[in-house]
Design a protein. Structure first.
Length: 296
């Protein structure tokens, strides 16, 4: 992906309390008015689950198949609280015992993508699809890996397979659009608009599609962020998505400093399990690398 130098961003924020009372403060023209939620804390149930799984692995007499599943289950919990290295270690342990654990390959592929180890990511997703050809999320994740790995045409192929399985899912359409832009920006917008009628207007994510298609402004998009939000957790999840896609929107417009700050805001939600949180960090890494390349 090409990254160009752009405007300087001065980020100010808005505090939102659980009662829904919100105050706003003007920021740079590139950002408009922002909303900040309290970062999602680690769920105590996850901490208890980690303790119990570890205890079973250390003390219980289990079969190899059960041990592999326990390592996988603990890896999933580690991943959900942002402990990626420990998660990856457990997924690899699970696969060393039971090489047919499809979901472990899928997770490993995601982690390799985040590390920019794209060939290993492709191998992992290929393994998942060989074992389970109908594993549709492996198509999503391999498509994302191909996109970040600089193979947009192949990414579009995978993401289109994923999209066709459920055209009413706005996020499937969004990722197809993001990859499609690398092939042809004009055609990507045209396809986004023509496919958007499959998305129910009542879904909040329809606003993201409307932003990319030019039907609403960035300011209007941000104004709608808190509509029908009932809890801080729900707000954090929405903001994780919104700020990631605002990062992509800014990047597409050449406003790289804005994009960088939006990705940081997405990361600040601590919604580790969301695709948008996973790849906000990768986007930041790519921006930093591009800046180093420019300076050299």
């Amino acid at each position: 992906m090409s990254i160009k130098s752009a405007l300087t961003l001065s980020v100010c924020a808005v505090s939102l309390v659980l009662s829904g009372c919100m105050s706003t403060q003007n920021v740079s023209q590139g950002v408009g008015e922002l909303v900040i939620a309290e970062p999602v804390p680690v769920n105590y149930k996850s901490e208890i689950a980690l303790a119990k799984l570890t205890e079973v692995l250390m003390r219980a007499e289990v079969t190899d198949s059960q041990r592999a599943q326990l390592f996988y289950d603990r890896g999933v919990v580690y991943d959900s609280v942002g402990l990626r290295s420990l998660a990856r270690l457990d997924f690899n342990r699970a696969l060393s015992i039971e090489p047919t654990l499809v979901d472990a390959y899928n997770f490993i592929g995601i982690h390799y993508t985040q590390l920019q180890e794209y060939n290993q990511a492709y191998d992992a997703f290929d393994s998942a699809l060989e074992l389970e050809p109908d594993h549709n999320y492996a198509y999503l994740n391999r498509g994302i890996a191909l996109y970040y790995g600089g193979r947009p045409s192949l990414a579009v192929d995978d993401l289109n397979v994923f999209y066709q399985l459920n055209p009413s899912d706005p996020y499937r359409l969004l990722w197809l659009y993001i990859a499609d832009r690398e092939v042809s920006p004009e055609l990507a917008v045209s396809r986004l608009k023509s496919n958007s009628h499959h998305i129910d207007d009542s879904l909040w994510a329809k606003n993201i599609i409307n932003l990319f298609s030019g039907d609403i402004t960035q300011r209007e998009f941000i104004r709608r962020l808190t509509l029908q939000v009932k809890s801080n957790k729900e707000l954090s999840e929405r903001l994780c998505e919104a700020y990631f896609y605002l990062g992509k929107y800014s990047e597409f417009s050449g406003r790289i400093n804005d994009a960088s700050n939006f990705y940081k805001l997405a990361l600040g939600t601590n919604v580790y399990e969301f695709v948008e949180h996973r790849y906000a960090k990768l986007e930041l890494d790519l921006i930093k690398q591009a800046m180093v390349d420019v300076n050299n």
